[in-house]
Design a protein around this ligand. Structure first.
Ligand code: NDP
Length: 217
């Protein structure tokens, strides 16, 4: 039975990932900041682990607890959309959207099964080439930094049997995306397992839409 680790799995896109992979027979390790309040996640009957995805100490503690477990797919999904551009909000965006996922990838490299995949849930809003509308400075810059960091990991790890990708989930109806977003979480997430399964080492470091299409940097 393959194993998947998902961060920010208590609601939104992360919860839907947990639901779909569990339904497909995967062993799901679902990480949540406050497991005690993760009612929908607990109802799935998956393994729930505590993780503050923005904190290096919490990431390393989880890596220690899961030592010896082989992980086939890691999904760094937890993220925040700051509304303002003050130091506190911007720092939180970087800690959650870029630094945390990058520390997570480094901490879990040793746990990855041969042929394992590491996925960062990024955003098209992190694309500089695609930015025609401006705004969302803290969010955009944190996701652009995530893409840059994971691109470097993918190059640094070319000799390892791991493939990395940055996936844009679409504009999704979650607390973050809002009720007026283009697609529901089921539609978004149902496109991604095939994209993840089809990710090969020769495409490591790709920036992809949820349906597998390449996106501009
Ligand atoms: P939600 O706001 O619905 O959910 C965010 C998830 O991230 C929650 O589970 C939240 O946990 C978790 N999270 C945030 N900060 C932390 C932290 N420090 N430690 C642990 N967990 C944390 O967002 P979505 O589901 O929409 O977003 C998921 C990912 O998809 C994000 O990376 C987002 O940037 C990306 N994305 C979303 C889009 C959309 O349209 N929805 C578009 C493009 C990208 P808690 O409940 O504890 O806050």
């Amino acid at each position: 039975m393959p194993t998947i680790l998902i961060t920010g799995a208590n609601r939104g896109i992360g919860l839907e990932f947990a639901r779909q992979y569990a339904a497909d027979g995967w062993r799901v390790i679902a990480a949540a900041r406050r497991p005690g309040e993760a009612e929908e996640l607990k109802q799935l009957g998956v393994e729930v682990e505590q993780l503050d995805a923005a904190e290096g100490a919490s990431i390393h503690a989880l890596a220690d607890r899961l030592k010896g477990r082989a992980i086939d797919v890691l999904i760094a999904n937890a993220g925040v959309l700051p509304r303002g551009v003050d130091t506190a909000e911007w720092t939180k965006a970087f800690a959650t959207n870029c630094i945390g996922p990058t520390l997570l990838a480094k901490a879990f490299k040793a746990h990855m099964a041969a042929g394992g995949k590491m996925i960062a849930i990024t955003s098209k809003m992190g694309s500089i080439a695609d930015n025609e509308s401006g705004g969302a400075i803290a969010y955009r810059s944190s996701k652009a930094a995530l893409n840059a960091a994971w691109r470097s990991l993918s190059i640094d790890w070319r000799g390892d049997d791991i493939a990395l990708a940055m996936l844009h989930p679409g504009w999704v109806q979650t607390d973050m995306g809002g009720a007026g977003a283009a697609i529901d979480p089921t539609t978004s997430v149902s496109g991604m397992p095939a994209t993840i399964a089809g990710l090969t080492r020769d495409r490591t470091g790709s920036f992809l839409n949820y349906d597998g299409q390449e996106l501009p940097w």
